[in-house]
Design a protein around this ligand. Structure first.
Ligand SMILES: Cc1cc2nc3c(=O)[nH]c(=O)nc-3n(C[C@H](O)[C@H](O)[C@H](O)COP(=O)(O)O)c2cc1C
Length: 322
């Protein structure tokens, strides 16, 4: 049973990817995730300057969902260069550098800092809910703005593949994905957190998070991630790789995202719930499922739902008659 794939020239031993923002920004923490089974590592979002996060409490976790409002804290490019440089001296698995800024020049500036270190991929965070607080809207909510940022990053990426990270909080994620690909994106990451949501402490009658609202992740996000990945795959005609992310806890969750069109599977919130060995557990569970189903290569699963719909001459979004 083959879990490995080569995507845009980079080999991945398995499809699991540590999602952005989940473990600190140190080479040691990325190596720890890699030796615990992750097939690739994504850094947290890197700003072109030091960026302070929000006040505590910033996270609430339940069995079904997590709300976070950490606010994308970052120590700045010097620390990022040091840690990424250290990791990339001898990387156990590929590294995806996630970049962020408040305008095209800021995105280009942090990308210029990171590119000489030669990360395997760049991921452009167009979709953190923190953008709403800082600039009133998400870049990923507008095809024109998303295009402008992707063009700016591509202009300085020196051939490193660029993934655009999208939000589920739009009525047209397929259109946004197509705009990013038109602007030169080599792949799409779908999705960032949804919402935002809110939780209220019954006794104090106050919102629990200090910032009141937070992005939703974890199991409740998975059906939205599956639908978004399917729409992105259809809109881009399966021509660019998708890092599917959202609510993956088990091997069967990962298989579902592959069927929708993902080639790689981001795992975030589940690291806190199932522990760092979640990557190995998900791979073992995928192997088990594939062996039972007679699937010998996971590449055969990527986008398989679309092939099934086509064979039945149905389109995504069409209701089957009951
Ligand atoms: C605590 C926390 C911090 C996050 N920080 C970032 C970040 O810095 N950049 C980013 O692109 N996504 C960030 N995300 C979003 C995740 O990478 C992921 O897209 C989302 O949580 C959905 O996946 P999951 O359900 O597996 O967690 C963060 C998520 C959480 C829970």
């Amino acid at each position: 049973m083959n879990l490995s794939q080569t995507i845009l020239g980079t080999s991945f031993e398995n499809p699991t990817v540590l999602a952005s923002g989940i473990m600190g920004i140190t080479a040691a923490s990325w190596r720890y995730a890699a030796t615990s089974g992750a097939g690739a590592i994504t850094t947290k979002s890197l700003w072109p300057f030091e960026h302070k996060g929000n006040r505590n409490p910033t996270i609430i976790a339940t069995d079904h969902w997590t709300l976070n409002a950490v606010g994308v804290p970052d120590a700045g490019p010097e620390k990022a260069r040091e840690e990424i440089g250290d990791y990339l001296k001898d990387p156990p698995v590929p590294l995806i550098a996630n970049v962020i800024g408040l305008n095209a020049e800021e995105f280009a500036s942090i990308t210029r800092e990171i590119v000489p270190l030669k990360p395997h991929f760049l991921e452009v965070n167009l979709s953190t809910p923190t953008f709403v607080k800082l600039r009133g809207k998400l870049f990923a909510a507008d095809p024109g703005e998303a295009k402008e940022i992707i063009k700016a990053v591509k202009g300085v990426a020196k051939g490193i593949p660029v993934f655009a990270k999208l939000t589920p909080n739009v009525p047209n994620i397929g259109e946004i994905a197509r705009a990013c690909v038109d602007a030169g994106a080599d792949g799409i990451t779908a999705i960032n957190t949804a919402g935002p949501g809110m939780a209220i402490d019954l006794r104090s009658r106050m919102p629990i998070l200090a910032t009141h609202k937070g992005g939703l992740s974890g199991p409740a996000l998975k059906p939205i991630a599956v639908r978004c990945i399917a729409e992105v795959y259809e809109a881009t005609e399966g021509k660019v790789p998708i890092i599917g992310t959202g609510g993956v806890y088990t091997g069967e969750d990962a298989i579902e995202l592959l069927l929708a069109g993902a080639s790689l599977i981001g795992i975030g919130t589940a690291v806190g719930e199932r522990g760092i060995t979640v990557f190995q557990q998900v791979c073992d569970e995928m192997q088990f499922w594939c062996t039972n189903e007679g699937v010998w290569d996971i590449a055969d699963l990527v986008g398989a739902m679309h092939k099934e719909l086509k064979a039945r001459k149905m389109e995504l979004g069409m209701r089957p008659s009951l």
